[in-house]
Design a binder for this molecule. Structure first.
Ligand code: EPZ
Length: 426
């Protein structure tokens, strides 16, 4: 459980951890070539540690050095191609093993992936794209059984610019001799990071960060040392917290390009946004935020992963805001909890009307997913009295030491192990 006392103005400098959503596909990417890979600025969060367990099941030897935020991965010449363990279905990132195993061993038998319960999370675009490149699927047994019947290079069109499907196809295409073009590809930061990682390993990739990515696969690439770029979602969470609490927070070592949609929105609600240098951004919360409308879209639109956090700011803004969640069909669960804190939010399908109130009240609330959980912490920072957040394990899946970092910025926040977990340890 997390306890937050409201009222503190956050101030100071914070460096986000490596991006979780970049680390997961890269942990699949290292499987493409045997040898020793070194990942620096490695985020120590639940999801990346689960992915490491899956790599060990496939035959890798992994050494994580927490103090150095480093993971050293020894990849064998032959990978196991079937994964039974139930932890596979606890994260979305496990799906990237599909493209990688098919590229390396031409076969995969894996469970369906998991991930935040913010929607159906289908994988039809992953399957359709891989089928277009010669993969045959047997989905009858409740598992994903796939075989490469003859790798064919060619063009794949994604009906929706799915982040995961783009990444899976990039991983699969890395070993195909011939050219694969992915049209209507995703442009999110994690896709750009994966492209840069594969390029640095020797894969010929063109169009990284555009809607059309061209990959000339090769077997001539080698294990590298790679530093995971910092997490724009963690950075954005701190900048929103600063704007909400009338604070003065600087995030460093970030790529402003990926925070651009948020920075414009923070200016619109009246926060002062300053570029301290090319990789440091400072946000000052001058006064009570003004209302603003949010529509989440694929990048470079406003990121769905910052929608929950931004709605906590809009809950105390002056005026009425309209929020439209285009990307996921069930990403408004935090509104039920915010309303318990005195917010005035009405949900109608994928749209929500937020009538700003000048004060929220501390309450006991329940986290339902990573970003929804962090939105409740932000609400607790400005609420009157104490807010207790249950099921905070969701938050620790995607944020490293969030409580410690917020505490260093002046927040009055503690995290307690729920009783049941203590009994398990006894
Ligand atoms: C990635 O999920 C992220 N996860 C999510 O972050 C993020 O919200 C999402 O991209 C969008 O930016 C990781 O990178 C591990 P999508 P992913 O495929 O790949 C539909 C977080 O909080 N779709 O772009 O699952 C899907 O239903 C997490 O860190 C299909 O219809 O996102 C959704 O409506 C939450 N068929 C939309 O596309 C498919 O085959 C976006 O999904 C795949 C997706």
């Amino acid at each position: 459980m997390i306890r937050v006392q409201g009222g503190a103005k956050l101030s100071g400098v914070v460096k986000p951890a490596g991006a979780k959503n970049t680390t997961l596909p890269i942990l699949a990417g290292v499987l493409l070539k045997e040898g020793e890979w070194v990942l620096n600025n490695f985020p120590l969060v639940q999801d990346t540690l689960v992915m490491i367990k899956l790599l060990e099941e496939l035959g890798c030897k992994v050494k994580v050095k927490p103090a150095k935020h480093q993971a050293v991965i020894k990849v064998p010449t032959k990978l196991n191609t079937s994964v039974e363990s139930n932890i596979f279905s606890s994260i979305r990132g496990s799906i990237f093993l599909l493209g990688t195993l098919l590229a390396r061993e031409s076969e995969a038998l894996i469970p369906y992936p998991g991930g935040c319960n913010i929607g159906q999370r289908p994988i039809d675009l992953h399957i359709k794209g891989l089928e277009a490149l010669g993969v045959k699927f047997d989905l009858a047994s409740g598992l994903i059984h796939a075989k490469v019947e003859g790798k064919v290079a060619g063009r794949v069109y994604l009906d929706y610019p799915s982040v995961g499907a783009t990444e899976n196809l990039m991983l699969f295409a890395s070993l195909i001799s011939g050219e694969v073009t992915i049209d209507n590809a995703a442009q999110e930061p994690q896709v750009v990071d994966l492209g840069n990682f594969l390029k640095a390993s020797g894969v010929n990739i063109y169009g990284i960060g555009t809607h059309s990515i061209k990959i000339k696969g090769t077997r001539r690439f080698n294990p590298i040392m790679f530093s995971i770029p910092s997490d724009p979602l963690e950075a954005g969470t701190f900048l929103i917290a600063s704007a909400m609490t009338g604070g003065d927070v600087t995030v460093k070592d970030v790529n402003p390009k990926f925070l651009n949609p948020l920075l414009h929105k923070l200016s619109e609600v009246g926060a002062e946004v300053r570029m301290q240098n090319t990789t440091s951004i400072r946000v000052l919360g001058k006064s009570r935020p003004r209302a603003a409308n949010i529509k989440t879209l694929p990048f470079p639109g406003f990121p769905t992963d910052l929608q929950p956090q931004m709605t906590s700011l809009l809950a105390i803004a002056e005026g009425v805001s309209l929020v439209v969640e285009i990307v996921f069909e069930n990403r408004f669960q935090h509104f039920r909890e915010l309303n318990k804190m005195g917010a005035h939010i009405t949900v109608e399908g994928r749209q929500a009307i937020i009538r700003g109130v000048d004060k929220l009240q501390g309450a006991e609330v329940i986290a339902s997913d990573i970003r929804g959980g962090s939105s409740l912490i932000l609400a607790g920072l400005v609420a009157e009295g104490e807010t207790r957040i249950l099921d905070d394990f969701h938050i620790h899946r995607g944020y490293e030491n969030l409580m410690g970092k917020l505490g260093n910025l002046g927040a009055n926040i503690t995290s307690q192990i729920a009783n049941r977990e203590v009994q398990a340890d006894e």
